[in-house]
Design a protein around this ligand. Structure first.
Ligand code: NAD
Ligand code: UDP
Ligand code: UDP
Length: 322
């Protein structure tokens, strides 16, 4: 969005949302952050709370919301398996009822609306790497389904509001992203390995560690959000955003141990149900349509993330429950 605008960010108190709010303020916009603080925290917003163009509303997106704004980023949803599986029904409601409310709002105020979708819409993919044209391989009734199917239904709603009501929608399929302000105890692999390494606990590899993921540094991802929102690309279909460099989980574990100088041992634990074997985005569309690609290599992003967790743990804040 060019010039000064009023932008609503749902889930703005979370990991990605707080980085997005920061970036939008830096671009000169007014930011209304809406969050029920289920997984997010006011601590993520400490630096922003005194900003004159920043406003926070404690609100659950499952309930209607009447505000005026020029654009909406819909990020509200717990993102890590331990969080979204804690109350699976609420996860579905957030994805579906939350999307309906934010789309209704976008329709009323004629705002463009961005949806934080996910690579999980591809499930345990049978096509590698995943392009936007791939329809996915998702278990509709498993432990991850509240998230995967909830996000799939949200995508359906976004494109139906576009076709039926002419709402301008942007849907980003986000692949694994990491960086400062990830929750230290959310069970996600990067935060878990770093905290385990820094505190000398065993590094828990699920399965044999040969499954792969591709990790995008948060600043790169937020740049992708803005480019997608501010372009005319992606009005008729989703766009993958992620880092196409693929690593096995065992490689990631060894890198974290080496970079932290930790004496932690690698231990193996059972693989969770429906854990995807491989995941890597095909970002040809984002490259072509947005001129976007990640610029921060894994080692550099990990160094910044390790520094963040190191500071957090030395302040005694790393042990909080998820
Ligand atoms: P997060 O848990 O840190 O942030 C989510 C935020 O949404 C939290 O602040 C939480 O309190 C808030 N929230 C949850 N339910 C809500 C509700 N009903 N009403 C209002 N607020 C609510 O997670 P994140 O990593 O920042 O993820 C943000 C978005 O990006 C999510 O939609 C997630 O599905 C998506 N995403 C993230 C990743 C990733 O790797 N981090 C990957 C794919 C997709
Ligand atoms: N809605 C909202 N804020 C608004 C406008 C709508 O929260 O500014 C909610 C409203 O409660 C409704 C949903 O969005 O349930 C969908 O709105 P839409 O106009 O599409 O449907 P309708 O109101 O006709 O059910
Ligand atoms: N994982 C692991 N040890 C952990 C946490 C996760 O080996 O302590 C594995 C997990 O089984 C998965 C990968 O790391 O194969 C990524 O997990 P995460 O929950 O971060 O993301 P997602 O599975 O949603 O991609």
């Amino acid at each position: 969005m060019q010039g000064e605008a009023s932008i609503l960010v749902t889930g703005g108190g979370g990991f990605l949302g707080s980085h997005l709010c920061e970036r939008l303020l830096a671009e000169g916009h007014h930011v209304i952050c809406v969050d029920n603080f289920f997984t997010g925290s006011r601590g993520n917003l400490t630096a922003l709370l005194r900003h004159p163009r920043f406003e926070v509303m404690r609100h659950d997106v499952c309930l209607p919301l009447y505000v005026e704004c020029d654009a909406i980023y819909n990020l509200a949803c717990p993102a890590s398996p331990v969080h979204y599986q804690r109350d699976p029904v609420q996860t579905v409601k957030t994805n579906v009822a939350g999307a309906i409310n934010m789309l209704g709002l976008a329709k009323r105020v004629k705002a463009r609306i961005f949806q934080a979708s996910t690579s999980e819409v591809y499930g345990d993919p049978e096509q590698h790497p995943q392009t936007e044209a791939y329809w996915g391989h998702v278990n509709p009734i498993g432990a991850r389904s509240c998230y995967d199917e909830g996000k799939r239904c949200a995508e359906t709603l976004f494109f139906d509001y576009h076709r039926q009501h002419g709402v301008e929608v942007k849907v980003a399929r986000i692949f694994n992203t990491y960086g400062p302000r990830m929750h230290p105890n959310d069970g996600r692999v990067v935060s878990s390995f770093i905290v385990q390494a820094l505190t000398g606990q065993d590094i828990t590899l699920f399965g044999d560690g040969s499954q792969t993921r591709s990790f995008c540094y948060v600043d790169d991802l937020i740049e992708g959000f803005l480019r997608l929102m501010n372009s005319d690309a992606g009005l008729s279909g989703p766009v993958n955003l992620g880092n196409p460099e693929e690593f096995t989980i065992a490689e990631l574990a060894r890198m974290v141990v080496e970079m932290t100088g930790s004496r932690s041992r690698l231990v193996f634990r059972p693989l969770p149900q429906d854990d995807p074997r491989q995941r890597r985005p095909d970002i040809s569309l984002a490259r072509k349509a947005l001129g976007w690609q990640p610029t921060v290599p894994l080692r550099e992003g990990l160094a910044r993330t390790i520094a963040h967790f190191d500071a957090l743990l030395s302040r005694g804040e790393g042990g909080i429950d998820p």
